[in-house]
Write a protein that binds this ligand. Sequence first.
Ligand SMILES: [Zn+2]
Length: 191
Amino acid sequence: MMMQTIPRTGGWVEVVCGPMFSGKSEELLRRLTRAAIANQRVELVRPASDTRHDGDELVTHAGRRMTAHRSSDLEWIRELDVEVLGLDEIQFFPDGILDVVDDMAGRGVRVVCSGLDMDYRRRPWPVIQTLLSRAEFIDKLQAVCLCCGGPATLSQRLEADGSPAPAAGSTIEIGAGERYEARCRACHEVS
Ligand SMILES: [Zn+2]
C-alpha cells in the first residue's frame, strides 16, 4: 500500500476491497499480523452471519489463519480495547458499523476493513460505498478472470447449470446451488 504519510495523531481507516478471490482477507490478515508482531493490541471481527468457517479462526484461501471473533454486536465492537481493529466482510455488518468505525478511528484506533465492493450484479454494497468515501486509505484488489485471464474486478454468480445468475436473484444466497467466479468487465454476465 502506498502510505507515504501516516497520520501522526489519532486513528485512521483503511479499506481493502475487490471481488471474490482477490485476496482481500489475505491482505487484511497480513496487515494485522504485522501489527501483532509489533506488539500492538489487535483484534479481528467477522460478521455473525459469516458461517463459512467454523470456530473462532479466519482461514484464507491461501491458508493464512488468525483468531477472529464472530459478532455483529456493534456496541461490543465499539468497546474493544484495541490499537488495530480488523473487520472482515464489512458489507455484511449492519449499517451502524459505519458510526462504530468512525468513532473508533476518532479515538485513535487504526481500523482495517476488507470486503466486497460490489455484488454479483455489479451494484455497490451500501456500507462499503460510504466507507470508501470516508476512508483515509483504499486498496482495490483484482482477481484473475476465469474466462480470459485478465484482471478481474467483478464477482460472477452462476446457476447450478453454469448459466449466469439472473439480476432478480437474492443478493445473499449461500449454498443454494449457485457458485461464484472472478471475471473481468468484458466477461461478466448477468442474465
Ligand atoms: Zn475476462
